[in-house]
Design a protein around this ligand. Structure first.
Ligand SMILES: *Cc1c(COP(=O)(O)O)cnc(C)c1O
Length: 390
């Protein structure tokens, strides 16, 4: 009998074999005493392996149906370490609306090592098919994308990649293993900013990677140890604790997000709402097929920067900050936050205008959130009318 994910979230890290402690101990030890000069125990140095981190790494591998899991000091450390599987002369195809930090790494760091890239619209698989080059080695997908929530068909993209001799990497941060399992859809490697939903409390910065096959796992393990951007034991512990409540948290937040998306969609001052749960969202049929939920993140567009300023100042409950996926609702302004690393014309092309907000729904009471949004949008309506009148 295989347990369902909600049960695995709680029990995957296991109890402590020595004491029965129900929480994995935090092993604050950089080094480990060895009994013999010929043979070492399972741990020798915490960059190479730490028991608390190992419990986390085994947990995420189980949750994502992979062979090996790896914990890194941040989502970007996980992502950049994964790209180190490539070699000089290789080429990668990347979703054009990737996370801003990934965009920065690909455009400003990867090239220095002789690795070339093309950005493609991953929702248009004909365009993807045409973009492969003889030296393309990886396609890199983020779905739903950030912040306009485009949906890529992971299964078809991974098939296309395989037919062209490429690996498929998927950033699964927005869906988490609760709603989407890219390795089951043909991806070879998946990545998480565990800073977001997996830890869930805006307390740590962390990244995770999971590989599907053992050989790729060995290669990434070698890079993790060589590059050394590992997650510390205390943060590994906090992340294990965060994962235990992921099921309950993400379900409630997603349910609230659905209601908020609907409310915003019907509000006259909101120009557009991006949410893959809408039946009229172009990616909705794919999302329904490949994921079991829509997540807790949506974006909304107000007319302009003036309206954006009024809205932000009037909202009482959300924190106004970068990041997402936490117990508190987080309002972000992609133009100057997550996508600040992107040149203005590139941003505009991707729909990241001066009126766009990202809204990551937390665990506050849904009626409080709706009332807060309602009063803030009413202020936008009244004040922008005044500014038009003037
Ligand atoms: C935040 C984020 C990242 C980067 O992760 P860090 O933990 O901030 O380094 C990567 N991808 C997505 C989709 C993110 O939201």
């Amino acid at each position: 009998m295989t347990d369902r994910l909600e049960t695995k979230f709680i029990h995957s890290a296991g109890v402590d074999a020595q004491t029965g402690a129900v929480n994995v101990p935090i092993y604050l030890s950089s080094t480990f005493h060895q009994e013999s000069i010929d043979e070492f125990g399972p741990y020798d140095y915490s960059r190479s392996g730490n028991p608390t981190r190992r419990a986390l790494e085994e947990t995420i591998a189980k949750l994502e149906n992979g062979t090996r899991g790896f914990a890194f000091a941040s989502g970007m450390a996980a992502i950049s370490s994964a790209f180190m599987l490539l070699e000089s002369g290789d080429h990668v195809l990347v979703s054009e609306d990737v996370y801003g930090g990934t965009y920065r790494f690909i455009t400003e760091v990867l090239g220095k090592f002789g690795i070339d890239h093309s950005f493609v619209n991953m929702t248009d698989l004909d365009e993807v098919a045409r973009a492969f080059r003889p030296n393309t080695k990886v396609i890199y997908i983020e779905t739903p994308s950030n912040p306009v929530m485009n949906i890529t068909d992971i299964e078809i993209a991974a098939k296309l990649a395989k037919a062209n001799g490429c690996l498929t990497f998927v950033d699964n941060t927005f869906m988490t293993p609760l709603y989407q399992n890219p390795l089951d859809l043909g991806a070879d490697l998946l990545l998480h900013s565990a800073t977001k939903f997996l830890s869930g409390h805006s307390d740590i910065v962390a990244g995770l990677a999971v590989t599907k096959d053992a050989a790729l796992g060995d290669r990434l393990g070698f890079i993790q140890n060589s590059f050394g951007s590992v997650l510390g034991a205390q943060d590994s512990y906090l992340l294990i604790q965060g994962i235990k409540t992921l099921g309950a948290r993400l379900k409630q937040s997603s349910e609230s997000a659905q209601k908020i998306a609907k409310f915003l969609h019907h509000h006259p001052v909101v120009e557009e709402v991006y949410y893959p749960g809408f039946s009229f969202h172009p990616g909705n049929p794919i999302q329904q097929r490949q994921a079991s939920g829509y997540g807790a993140v949506l974006s909304l567009r107000l007319p302009d920067k003036n309206a954006a300023r009024i809205f932000k100042d009037a909202l009482r409950i959300p924190v106004f900050a970068v990041s997402l996926g936490a117990v508190e609702t987080i309002l972000s302004y992609p133009a100057t936050m997550s996508h600040a690393a992107m040149p203005e014309d590139e941003r505009k092309k991707r729909g990241i205008t001066d009126g766009l907000f990202r809204f990551s729904v937390g665990l506050e009471h849904i009626d409080d959130l709706l009332e807060d949004l309602e009063q803030a949008l009413e202020k936008v309506r009244v004040k922008s009318k005044l500014s038009i009148a003037n």
